[in-house]
Design a protein around this ligand. Structure first.
Ligand code: EPU
Length: 431
């Protein structure tokens, strides 16, 4: 198992560059199935979830060429219908997007139920409900999700979802772009990645309006074509480094961001007493480590993102008073709490709520990352702590953070990899 060693207590200074958004990159990679042509995707983050997604796409028959760092040409011309490898798709949640893309292009799909981080209940009942509303027959059996479009293909329709869901919304868009007629998605998720996936598909000739609002309309078209597309910056990667600077102290400029996407993170950091200056495509965070307690409640965008909750949890352990966290999206997102307790943090978790009483200091400890964002929280705590921490399970962190060790080192952190990552060779050849 890979490990990261961090000697904490050093403030962070300098500039850091943010990569493309993981949760836009994964669906866009699978959306190329629908194009049936050549697409060039830029600003792809070199993270393990992207590497796995490209591997899956190649295993389905797509031709993937790495043009330069972060730019990939994907050719899905003449792609045959293939059932993806069960073990590969189970490695990540994003593989569920194969279902919408294959159903849209081939009228059928059979995918192993997706894996991804263990952060609580992650059903796909709404995906099933939406595909069924478009006329597909769907069933889950033997750990696989099967769907088959009716004779004549999927039919556009109106659908309403009880829960605003990123995965459901994207899968419905994927299935609807080549369907017959108009599809209307009500209570659609509004995250920036929904807008980005729609932007990619529109650049391929789709007709999607309303992405970024709760009502998305998709007029089915007969055929798509290839395009060149650059993925938006990752607001969660950016937010994570903003919180790291707030916790460790110092001054860090986070570059290549869309400050609007960071509004909730910025607002909460300011409420805690951290300085955040917004520029056109960057934000500068200044912290003297004197932090006020705060309350956060996770909600779908534009609410506070669940993907930033663990990182803020780590920051709150050092605030001067009692902070409150209410997690309403995923029940299993407090798995970092026990680890931080080993460093001297005081956290009481009760169901979807955590009460975090700030302490004077955290001390380095052996830690274990249980999922991607919990891992990011441990890195933040270790950077702020006195002494040495060794974090195991860093393969989770590599799912979503490109070159995290090098990026933090560049800011002055004392951080080292104790075992090289498994996909190191792959990423080197991809450079
Ligand atoms: N839900 C249902 N039924 C469904 C689908 C979702 O009840 O059919 C519920 C979920 O249980 C959850 C809520 O809806 O309570 C929201 O889930 P959503 O579908 O939005 O999440 P997701 O698509 O599974 C994506 C990201 C997550 C991120 C969430 C929320 C990807 C690959 N994953 O997951 O990213 O936390 O949206 O924004 O895009 C991460 O990056 O660390 C991560 C976990």
């Amino acid at each position: 198992m890979n490990k990261i060693q961090i000697s904490g207590g050093r403030p962070l200074y300098g500039d850091i560059e943010i990569g493309g958004m993981k949760n836009a990159a994964l669906p866009i990679i699978f959306a190329t199935i629908l194009a049936g042509d050549v697409c060039t995707i830029e600003n792809l983050p070199l993270i393990s979830d992207v590497v796995t997604s490209l591997e899956i796409l190649e295993s389905l028959g797509a031709r993937v060429t790495h043009l330069k760092k972060g730019t990939v040409r994907i050719d899905t011309t003449g792609l045959p219908y293939t059932v993806p490898d069960f073990d590969l798709v189970r490695k990540l949640r994003g593989s569920i997007y194969i279902a919408g893309a294959q159903l849209g292009r081939f009228g059928q799909t059979e995918v192993g139920l997706p894996g991804g981080c263990d952060i609580g209940n992650r059903p796909i009942d709404q995906h099933q409900q939406g595909f069924a509303a478009m006329g597909a027959e769907t069933v889950i059996e033997g750990g696989r999700f099967h769907a088959k479009a009716p004779e004549g293909g999927l039919r556009g329709t109106s659908m309403f979802f009880n829960t605003s869901s990123v995965g459901t919304t994207i899968n419905m868009i994927l299935a609807a772009v080549l369907a017959d007629g108009l599809t209307v998605i009500e209570n659609a998720a509004r995250e920036p990645h929904i807008v980005d996936v729609s932007g990619f598909l529109n650049a391929c000739g789709a007709h999607i309006t309303g992405a970024g609002t709760p009502v998305i309309r998709i007029h089915g078209v007969k055929k798509l074509h290839g395009c060149d597309y650059a993925i938006i910056p990752d607001m969660i990667e950016a937010g994570t480094y903003m919180v790291a600077a707030a916790a460790a102290g110092g001054q860090v400029t986070v570059r290549n961001v869309i400050p609007k996407h960071l509004e909730t993170v910025t607002a909460k950091l300011r409420e805690m007493g951290v300085g955040v200056e917004e520029h056109d495509e960057s934000v500068t965070v200044s912290s003297n480590r004197i932090l006020r307690p705060v309350a956060i409640k996770t909600l779908p965008y534009p609410g506070f993102p669940t993907d930033m909750q663990p990182q803020f949890g780590a920051l709150m352990t050092l605030a001067d008073g009692v902070s409150m966290v209410s997690e309403t999206v995923f029940s299993g997102r407090f798995r970092y709490a026990d680890e931080l307790t080993k460093m001297g943090a005081v956290i009481k978790v009760d169901g979807g709520c955590a009460v975090i009483t700030g302490v004077e200091k955290l001390t380095g400890a052996p830690l274990r990352a249980n999922d991607l964002r919990a891992g990011a929280a441990l890195v933040i705590a270790a950077l702020a702590a006195e002494g040495v921490s060794v974090i195991e399970g860093t393969e989770y962190i590599e799912r979503g953070y490109e070159n995290i060790v090098a990026k933090l080192k560049n800011l002055g952190a004392e951080i080292n990899v104790l075992t090289p990552p498994d996909n190191d060779n792959y990423l080197r050849t991809a450079n």
